[in-house]
Design a protein around this ligand. Structure first.
Ligand code: GLC
Length: 520
């Protein structure tokens, strides 16, 4: 089958998405927490970077037990972030800047303060009782199953004294799980999507989507006992829900892209969430997010993507950092590796997601003692974005979390225009990905390479005028120089600083990544 041409590639395939974690992005009112007016004022940074879409982590009304992933009104903005008018202006500003807008959609649970849960817990006979998952205690009075919650070693069930039953919460007790088996739940949540779609939103990142359609009333398989139930494989039930979600949202006046946080560690299962083009548009490749910086492991990641995704219709989705895991600059250990990782990420077939601050090379902040706020221990990767090298790094007041190490030196203002900086490295790579569609939509083949090196070819059968039909990528995962036989072609991008580009046929330097045009 021929490789796709570049015409009519939907934005969620051809583009790069940038995740904004609003609390830590930009603060307009000096309360130390980022907000929507602040975010709108900084969208120029995304435009200059060269991304195509922006995903905002939740800014809905929330008691903030899980910093916005515990929602008590899906159709309003938390006053901490602004109001609906500010959300409308943010969406409009993004669109005017040429950016598509993706919002977080949290279907699996609400806040325990959501009026729906208030009704549900009020009595066994309440009409909204079955919107959530209520079960009698086990014969010994304990939780109905052995499921564990995330963020600590405790059961995923809490006994509610009012009615003497347990309710399910895969995350905090403040995040009771909705029961999608109830048709009114699905209908209410689709109404939420319609509400935001009508306000111009182009897509939704769907939180822990594999848990919508849970296999209830079973214990954890013996070999997995103790791991949180939110990362268990909840079986095929989810696919019915996703097919319904897709067909309902496809009928919206502007059908949104559905992007799933598919937190499963089995690569084959990740692909299943795309169905036959009738479920999610994109499913995050979570195994790759957790892969170490190792050529053999990444070779495996890429080989399995080639095997598992249809070469024409199948479309992977790659991410190295987000607001839930230590940043890859921290995980991989050095700035040089983070530079090479940017080349790896932005030359993959599939849609790359960037997490705010990775383009600055930020490491995790060290958050200790009374500054720790997240029950899941994720504060380090959520440190505020340093905009300039003033004492507050462009924040009008002390932000809710400390800055990452070297924040002033790594700030947007300090890195802009410095060709050696991480920021300019990302800008160059994103420009290249835009001018050479072979890097976004071309096909991929892995080539032989010495240990420690990953080498692959991207190609397009019908490149648009002037663009390359083929590019080759080499990534040295080691901090030693490596000779790679038969390397030839013109250097078009990579970790080398402009003016220091390696000559043809030259071996790879330590931690070097290189993109070559074999046309010479
Ligand atoms: C997802 C979010 C995470 C949140 C959890 C519960 O994994 O990314 O931040 O805590 O879901 O909603």
């Amino acid at each position: 089958m021929p490789a796709p041409t570049t015409t009519e590639v939907p934005w969620w395939r051809g583009g790069v998405v940038y995740q904004v974690y609003p609390r830590s992005f930009a603060d307009s009112n000096g309360d130390g927490v980022g907000d929507l007016v602040g975010a709108a004022s900084r969208l120029g940074h995304l435009r200059d970077l060269g991304v195509d879409a922006v995903w905002f982590s939740p800014f809905y009304r929330s008691p903030m037990a899980d910093f916005g992933y515990d929602i008590d009104d899906h159709c309003d903005v938390d006053p901490l972030f602004g109001d609906l008018g500010a959300a409308d202006r943010l969406i409009e500003t993004a669109h005017r800047s040429g950016l598509r807008v993706v919002l977080d959609f949290v279907p699996g649970h609400t806040s325990d303060r959501h009026p729906w849960f208030g009704e549900s817990r009020s009595s066994r006979g309440n009409p909204r009782r079955d919107w959530y998952v209520w079960r009698d205690p086990a014969p010994d009075g304990g939780p109905p199953t052995d499921w564990r919650a995330a963020f600590g070693d405790y059961p995923a069930w809490t006994l509610d004294p009012t009615t003497g039953q347990y309710y399910l919460h895969l995350f905090l007790p403040e995040q009771p799980d909705l029961d999608w088996n109830h048709p009114e739940v699905a209908a209410a949540m689709i109404d939420v999507l319609r509400f935001w779609s009508d306000r111009g939103v182009d897509g939704f990142r769907i939180d822990v989507v594999h848990t919508v359609g849970k296999r209830l009333d079973v214990d954890t398989p013996a070999e997995l006992r103790g791991i949180p139930a939110c990362v268990l494989d909840h079986g095929p039930g989810v696919h019915l829900r996703l097919t319904e979600l897709r067909s309902r949202t496809d009928a919206f006046p502007s059908p949104p892209a559905l992007i799933g946080e598919t937190y499963v560690f089995d690569r084959e299962r990740v692909v299943d969430f795309l169905g036959h083009g009738d479920q999610l548009h994109l499913a995050f490749n979570i195994p790759a997010l957790h892969s170490p910086w190792d050529a053999a492991v990444w070779r495996d990641e890429m080989a399995s993507a080639i095997d598992l995704y249809d070469p024409v219709d199948g479309w992977p989705c790659w991410v190295l950092s987000n607001h839930d895991v230590p940043r890859h600059r921290t995980r991989y250990g050095t700035e040089a590796r983070a530079r090479a990782a940017a080349v790896l990420l932005l030359t993959q077939r599939g849609t790359p997601f960037l997490y705010q601050g990775e383009e600055l090379g930020l490491a995790d902040a060290v958050v200790e003692g009374d500054r720790v706020v997240d029950p899941g221990g994720r504060d380090g990767c959520r440190a505020p974005i340093p905009w300039d090298d003033s004492p507050g790094c462009g924040w009008p007041a002390d932000p809710w979390l400390p800055f990452a190490p070297d924040a002033a030196a790594l700030s947007v203002a300090r890195q802009s225009g410095d060709p050696a900086s991480m920021l300019e490295h990302y800008r160059r790579l994103l420009r290249l990905r835009r001018t050479e569609p072979v890097l976004s939509v071309g096909r991929v083949e892995i080539l032989d390479a010495p240990d420690g090196v990953l080498r692959y070819r991207r190609w397009l059968d019908e490149p648009p005028g002037g663009a390359a039909a083929e590019l080759e990528v080499l990534v040295n995962f080691t901090d030693e120089p490596v000779e790679v036989p038969g390397v030839s072609g013109r250097w078009v991008g990579g970790t080398a600083r402009p003016g220091e580009t390696p000559g043809p046929g030259q071996g790879l330097g330590p931690d070097e990544a290189r993109i070559l045009d074999p046309r010479g």
